[in-house]
Design a protein around this ligand. Structure first.
Ligand code: OTD
Ligand code: ZN
Ligand code: ZN
Length: 343
């Protein structure tokens, strides 16, 4: 049996770091293991301009432990008022790695997102010209659409028309949760990729709802039925370079999760790599873990893979159930299975 596994240092292509005290508390759990991360812009207020992104990047760097080597890859939150010139300037300065599309109201802090897609066409056109990727939260927000169908309907109603209207636009379908999304990626091989989270490889909707409601498993997009989870596992472990890791680690205090109307999000930064090693080992695909965590993402974003390495050892990891923050405890995602790999 394999005893150690050394891979290039991973990157996280979708991460929520928050701000202030929460940022300082959660950042080290990512920067210990990951060399880079795409930083989500859904702060309150959101990161919408190049100046906002520069200031947020500076706050992240100020919160970074002195002995950690970590580069935040910033994103701008696309609104109907986003200025194509500001986006292009931030890209030219090397400040941003992507622009983020939230349909208005789709997830946490997405109220400033897009309602009328014709209004963002000039920005998308410019992004296609300069090769700047669009990261999409792929769910429609139409209240008439069942929450379990919102990703599949987004693909048909929004994503596919948008890609036809902007043929050169590079798109990342983020945190995919359905076989529909896997199939869509596989059917369109230029300029399209998808991130998959750690938790969606582990839980299906029964984990949230059967035998008692488990708020710590509630996230958006919500986990779907088992057939979809299996499709995600097959895609992640297939070696197909269009699929890579975006943890969507999204910390909320327990006080905000355990409410009659609790927040969405799973906090996976502290144990993502042990969980992924377990999943890939279960799928007899440990040799493909490095592609998923460390090679496919940089290739899509046109960045070099990291030179530094990370070694997993076959030992039971010590993972805290919660981390303490000045805002209160944050529960770490419980994979519900023994973990056998330690970073
Ligand atoms: N999903 N929670 C959050 C964001 C994501 O859709 C997402 O990217 C969050 O708390 O920011 C969540 O469940
Ligand atoms: Zn999202
Ligand atoms: Zn997210």
């Amino acid at each position: 049996m394999t005893k150690t596994l050394t891979i290039r240092r991973p990157d996280d292509w979708h991460l929520h770091l928050r701000d202030g005290d929460m940022l300082r508390a959660v950042l080290p759990h990512t920067s210990r293991d990951f060399a880079r991360a795409i930083i989500m812009p859904n702060l309150v207020p959101p990161v919408v301009t190049g100046d906002d992104a520069r200031a947020y990047r500076d706050r992240i760097m100020a919160a970074l432990p002195a002995d950690h080597d970590f580069t935040p890859l910033m994103t701008l939150y696309l609104t109907e008022n986003t200025d194509p010139d500001d986006v292009a300037a931030a890209h030219a300065d090397g400040l941003i790695a992507a622009v983020k599309l939230y349909p208005a109201g789709a997830t946490t802090n997405s109220a400033s997102g897009v309602t009328d897609f014709t209004r963002v066409a000039p920005v998308l056109e410019r992004m296609a010209q300069i090769g700047l990727p669009l990261c999409t939260h792929g769910e429609v927000t139409d209240p008439e659409i069942d929450i379990f169908d919102r990703e599949a309907v987004f693909i048909d109603r929004v994503l596919d028309p948008m890609r036809r209207n902007h043929p050169g636009l590079r798109v990342v379908m983020e945190h995919i949760t359905t076989s529909n999304a896997v199939d869509y990626v596989k059917a369109h091989d230029t300029g399209l990729a998808a991130t998959i989270t750690t938790h969606h490889l582990v839980i299906n909707r029964n984990h949230i709802l059967a035998g008692g409601i488990r708020p710590h498993y509630y996230c958006l997009p919500v986990a779907k039925r088992e057939t979809h989870r299996l499709a995600l596992r097959a895609a992640a472990t297939s070696g197909d370079p269009r699929f890579f890791l975006g943890t969507d680690s999204a910390p909320h205090t327990d006080a905000n999760k355990l409410l009659p109307c609790g927040c969405a999000g799973c906090f996976t930064a502290p144990n993502t790599l042990p969980i992924l090693a377990e999943v890939f080992e279960q799928e007899n695909a440990l040799d493909r873990l490095e592609g998923f965590t460390s090679l496919n993402g940089p290739a899509f974003y046109g960045l070099p893979a990291n030179d530094a390495t990370l070694t997993l050892v076959r030992e039971t990891p010590e993972i805290p159930a919660q981390i303490d923050t000045p805002e209160g405890p944050v529960t770490v995602f419980d994979p519900g299975m023994p973990l056998n790999w330690t970073v």
